[in-house]
Design a binder for this molecule. Structure first.
Ligand SMILES: Cc1ncc(COP(=O)(O)O)c(C=O)c1O
Length: 389
């Protein structure tokens, strides 16, 4: 029995929750169980809630800066949890990882420059490149024995053509793959060789299942760190997306100054009072809760895998190394993406993310978020069965 109350159902309706209150707008109906957007239906650790509540109780919410202690809490966390030693000065705050991706693109590239990603991948990677007038270069991941692999020949060929930034998603959303030290070294060597900056989005890096290890990319080699922006956040780990807080870690002084200058151009200087308080409390006091969460998610993952294997043999669940996202290969059902969507919504009354949203290679897949009480998961799985069983 988990000593945290992850099994407790808390209604999120009427809280302006994107996941719960926007299904009508996004899926065309409001009677669906939402298992789409990547946030969790859990409250954060008590210490985090208490820190925010105390700040609220104070009642005066004037301009706030992130004190040294916030940077210290991040540095301590990264060292303790991921064996990555950083200097506090390397940290720049940002309201989100997506805003940091946009900032990096604007800071380090010109219009029409090439920015590379690996589809299928988190949709805003595409959006930030396109909306800033840069060119998307896609080195599509290969599916081998039900897992994603990097096509290094294609990867190098694309770099040769002059890519300015490579956006890496590690752990990978939607596939849940954690890239190995060896794979990261190969990527790093190629990016050094072809003079390509790396933005390593490590927002899911605390959500790692047992038997797996996340390698902070920048920690592997000082030459990699010199060409890298690493994005981390407490928001996935401790379910704080609504407080909008993240950090970009940049050890190279020139890169850091250029990135910061771009933030200032946009008028960004600091986080909200609640972002700062919540972030520090999570990094300082969130470890035990996180270990409990991972146990709970592990159980949810097992439940889903067993259910799907038993009742939905034509769906293949990609076993994630990390993240609370299940990437379900539904190609065996022989349905088009439009048909998958219609069955999920009309027959199953279940809102999942459609695979094509993640770019080429996402066709025939759907993404299911299992960060919910086990009772809700059981209901979601029944609905999945109703849709396709
Ligand atoms: C890979 C990845 N990066 C970034 C984000 C969002 O980051 P933020 O809310 O800090 O902008 C998500 C959210 O799902 C994500 O999966």
């Amino acid at each position: 029995m988990n000593r945290f109350s992850f099994h407790q159902k808390i209604s999120r309706e009427n809280t302006a929750s994107v996941k719960w209150d926007r299904t009508k707008e996004v899926f065309g109906r409001s009677d669906v169980l939402p298992m789409w957007v990547a946030d969790m239906d859990f409250q954060p650790p008590e210490e985090v809630k208490k820190a925010i509540e105390d700040r609220i109780a104070h009642g005066v919410y004037g301009y706030t800066y992130a004190p040294d202690s916030t940077a210290e809490s991040i540095a301590q966390w990264l060292y303790k949890r991921h064996d990555w030693k950083i200097e506090k000065e390397w940290i720049l705050y940002s309201t989100g990882v997506v805003p940091s991706i946009a900032t990096a693109i604007k800071a380090f590239t010109e219009k029409e420059d090439k920015v590379m990603l690996q589809s299928p991948v988190y949709t805003p990677f595409f959006e930030m490149i396109k909306q800033n007038g840069r060119t998307v270069v896609n080195s599509e991941l290969k599916l081998e024995n039900g897992r994603y692999e990097i096509d290094f020949v294609d990867f190098e060929n694309k770099l040769k053509e002059g890519v300015k930034i490579f956006l890496l998603c590690n752990p990978h959303n939607p596939g849940g793959r954690i890239w190995t030290g060896e794979e990261l070294r190969k990527i790093g060597e190629l990016c050094v060789k072809y003079d390509c900056l790396i933005l390593s989005d490590e927002i899911h890096s605390d959500l790692i299942y047992k038997g797996h290890k996340h390698y902070p990319f920048a920690s592997l080699d000082p030459r990699f760190a010199e060409i890298m922006v690493t994005c981390i956040a407490p928001t996935k780990t401790w379910n704080l997306a609504g407080i909008q807080a993240s950090a970009a870690i940049i050890s190279d002084e020139n890169l850091r100054k250029t990135f910061e200058a771009e933030q200032h151009k946009q008028g960004f200087f600091t986080l909200s009072a609640f972002g700062i308080i919540g972030m520090e409390a999570a990094y300082r006091h969130g470890e035990e809760w996180l270990d409990g969460l991972i146990d709970y998610l592990e159980e949810n993952k097992r439940t889903a895998a067993e259910f799907i294997a038993e009742h939905l043999p034509d769906i293949h669940m990609m076993e994630p190394d990390g993240t609370y996202l299940l990437w379900l290969d539904c190609r065996g059902l022989g349905l088009s993406d439009a048909e998958l969507r219609r069955s999920l919504l009309d027959k199953g009354k279940l809102a999942l993310e459609p695979g094509p949203k993640y770019g080429p290679g996402g066709e025939g897949f759907v993404r299911m978020n299992i960060a919910c009480p086990n009772e809700v998961l059981a209901e979601g799985l029944e609905r999945l069965k109703r849709a396709f069983g």
